[in-house]
Design a protein around this ligand. Structure first.
Ligand code: MN
Length: 228
């Protein structure tokens, strides 16, 4: 068997203290998982459960790389998020078993063309042009759970040019990581290599060309990306 042309390269992430890399299968994202962010976007967090969308695996940007300002948008927002990396998949995973499927954690930024996302929402159209564009998923290297445990609290923050834009605590997540995995696995068959962006706290806002974003989860991970 031969391919008509060479298949795309596998996108992967570095792993702390390891020569091996983590090959990415899919990128799932959780919407509105912090009450303050749901409110800033004009929604009542008490009235709706979080929901999911996807980004392609090859839109990852890693630490030290640049984020090219995307075309067709004048309002590109940062959303700092805890990222969960799975080394085991499954369907209908029980909440009690979910943490066993996690290889490790990272900090990521769910970059969003907010103007295109808002237009899609108004017209009842899909979100891909607002959420799933090239370079839209900056992500740090991975930190294995066997070394750092499973962080359920701790400061999550994002600065732009040194100014704090987002800061919150992971314990403010509406749906916890194990619940997210259980719910996702009832909708999709999860696989080793899946990443889950677990939602952003309040303070999302625009970046401009030349801005330096630093995302961090205290005692877990940090990530620096410059917007070009
Ligand atoms: Mn997000």
């Amino acid at each position: 068997m031969s391919y008509l042309f060479s298949p795309s390269e596998v996108t992967s992430l570095a792993i702390e203290n390891s020569q091996a890399r983590f090959p990415i299968h899919r990128i799932y994202c959780v919407g509105r998982n912090y009450a303050d962010h749901a409110r800033e976007m004009g929604h009542n967090p008490d009235q709706e459960p979080p929901f999911f969308f996807l980004k392609p695996a090859d839109v990852i940007v890693t630490h030290g790389e640049s984020f090219p300002y995307p075309s067709q948008s004048r309002e590109v927002h940062h959303e700092v998020e805890l990222v969960v990396a799975l080394h085991r998949g499954g369907k209908e995973i029980a909440t009690a078993d979910a943490l066993q499927h996690i290889f490790g954690y990272a900090v990521g930024i769910d970059m969003t063309r907010r103007d295109l996302q808002n237009a899609a929402k108004e017209q009842g159209r899909p979100w891909e042009s607002g959420k799933s564009f090239d370079y839209s998923a900056p992500c740090s290297k991975l930190y294995p759970a066997e070394r750092i445990g499973h962080p359920s609290s701790g400061r999550i923050s994002l600065t732009v040019n040194g100014e704090v834009r987002q800061q919150a605590d992971l314990n403010q997540m509406i749906w916890k990581v194990a619940q997210i995995i259980a719910e996702l696995s009832s909708l999709f068959e999860l696989k080793a290599g899946d990443l889950i962006y677990t939602g952003t706290p309040a303070g999302v806002g625009p970046v401009e060309k030349g801005d330096r974003m630093v995302a961090a989860i205290e005692d877990v991970a940090s990530l620096e990306v410059v917007c070009e």
